[in-house]
Design a binder for this molecule. Sequence first.
Ligand code: PPS
Length: 307
Amino acid sequence: MASHKDNEGAQPEPQEVYRRYPLLPVQGIPLMEPIVRSWARVEDFEAQPDDILIATYPKAGTTWTQEIVDLIFTGGDVEKARRAPVFIRIPFLEMCTIGSFPAGIDLLVKAPSPRVIKTHLPFQLLPKSLLEKNCKIIYVARNAKDNLVSYYFFDRMNLVQPDPGPWDGYIKKFMEGTVPWGSWYDHVQRYWEEKANHRILYLFYEDMKEDLAREIRRVKNFLEVDLSEDIVQKIAHHTTFQVMKDNPMTNAEDVPNTVFDRTISSFMRKGEVGDWKNYFTVAQREAFDADYRSKMEGTTLRFRDVL
Ligand code: PPS
């Protein structure tokens, strides 16, 4: 979703009306209705071998990773990274045209190589072409409870996604996977398993918070980009929470208040690990943990700071 001077004509008109879209299933995965209506375009997406995919469950650290990858490709050139909002520089694959915001695919067909692409699609919904071309995938996962809290505040302020309703009910929706893009549990586990079959770099939000420069080094090695340690440190500084919050090209400033209601929450909200402790009651935590253990028991995937 975007408007920017590089994308003339996309500036939303003040009278533009947005609404909270219902969810419809694609292969059982709930997606916003207009995405489903234009699904054929996503399915038929033609990948190029040097495309790079940043795949995440919503609110796991997508924007953070987008900015890091763009800075890696610009050699740490902060001014170049300010050429456009992050959602123009790294288009959102399945996002359809909403109002005057351009569809991700329309941006991608015009994007120079190597194209970097954002998606929240679970592995099984990825366009086949991306896998056939063996594109590199950077996956970022965030512990379930912080991911849930972040998603709850986002769904409240994002006026095109379904109303999250009360907090207690939202926890249940998250556990059932009836939120946009479906089950967190299936999403994180499937990409974890697919590491064995595809070129997937699996990152954790908590690791990025612990040592950002270390994780940036992992990303640049995966992308086979040679950068000095000074540049790595520069990128780490530029992608701290506060610097990105103050940067209009990363804090979604172009999205109008009629879509992101900033009186409810900001897009760059807190950026912390363990914020869930401020919201879960003891009873909610116990119920969540029991369900978590059963859904995650068959996997070697482990998160910190979740139980
Ligand atoms: S989206 O809408 O799905 O693309 O959202 P996404 O970018 O995946 O996730 C938003 C959350 O990531 C936090 N964030 C950061 N945390 C730490 N450091 C940096 N630099 C950073 N950038 C974004 C953002 O604040 C959201 O988390 P919460 O917990 O809501 O603050």
